[in-house]
Design a protein around this ligand. Structure first.
Ligand SMILES: NC(=O)c1ccc[n+]([C@@H]2O[C@H](COP(=O)([O-])OP(=O)(O)OC[C@H]3O[C@@H](n4cnc5c(N)ncnc54)[C@H](OP(=O)(O)O)[C@@H]3O)[C@@H](O)[C@H]2O)c1
Length: 227
């Protein structure tokens, strides 16, 4: 499948590498291709610059947000949550319309230091903002509650027996994304939370995720819902 990933960070790189490995035609989108390739400093997680990653993954194409959105039959939003509306605006409504957009973003605001605060919560979410701004796009919130390495390989923790949440207004799109999460990455326990307002809950999970990260000293963990 042709997949367009908006975002050059840890999530875009990790998803891009795994999806290309699975045989998909992946294009990653950025604001400015030349600028992104020219960056030489490590990113905020101390990872090598995008150009170093790209040199090791030549089958993954790099383009503008608009080119990646045009390329993808399905789109993944892996941009900074506070910039996601801008990223999709640059990608262009006509390049996105009618397509499923898997939204992995979180509304983290680092402007007041660590741990980050939520830029939106309680009565709204990035997922809802994207759906309102782009009504012809089928936004499905998913993957935002686990670290990037677990997104693509849940078996790295507890043999893959832990829980992921999805939500979105289009039931058929949710079912499709649920199937892809299993086929692409091996997710077995996916709870469908219904419409996109549930993104408030999965995005507001981030403050406790961040505290667990600090307490456990690793991002390689997840929750398992039992009843
Ligand atoms: N890191 C994780 O393990 C993890 C796990 C779960 C969820 N998430 C969420 O996934 C998303 C991506 O995270 P990340 O760590 O890979 O990278 P990130 O640093 O949060 O985001 C990088 C991407 O955001 C774009 N961006 C930043 N500000 C923008 C703006 N004002 N307008 C348009 N685009 C903008 C950048 O564009 P350029 O390419 O042009 O610089 C870049 O492609 C975030 O929302 C994050 O909260 C991350």
């Amino acid at each position: 499948m042709k997949i367009g990933i908006l975002g050059t960070g840890m999530v875009g790189q990790t998803l891009g590498a795994k999806l290309a490995e699975r045989g998909h035609e992946v294009m990653i989108g950025t604001r400015d291709v030349a600028d992104t390739l020219a960056r030489m400093e490590p990113n905020q997680y101390g990872m090598p610059p995008f150009s170093a990653w790209h040199a090791e993954h030549p089958s993954v194409r790099l383009g503008t947000f608009a080119e990646a959105a045009q390329h993808g039959e399905t789109i993944i939003n892996a941009t900074n949550g506070t910039g996601s509306i801008n990223a999709l605006s640059i990608a262009g409504e006509t390049n996105l319309s009618g397509k499923i957009l898997i939204d992995a973003s979180n509304p983290l605001d680092f402007s007041r230091g660590m741990p980050p605060t939520l830029a939106v919560c309680n009565t709204d979410s990035i997922g809802e903002q994207l759906q309102r701004a782009f009504p012809a796009v089928k936004v499905v919130k998913a993957l935002n509650t686990v670290t990037a390495f677990l997104m693509v390989d849940p078996a790295l923790v507890n043999n893959g027996d832990h829980t992921l949440f999805i939500c979105g207004n289009d039931g058929a799109a949710r079912t499709q994304v649920n199937t892809w999460l299993g086929e692409w990455f091996g997710w077995r326990d996916v709870i469908d939370l219904g419409d996109i307002t549930s993104a408030r809950g999965t995005e507001m999970y981030l403050p406790i995720w961040l505290r667990l990260w600090g307490a456990l000293g690793t991002g390689m963990f997840n929750v398992k819902i039992v009843k």
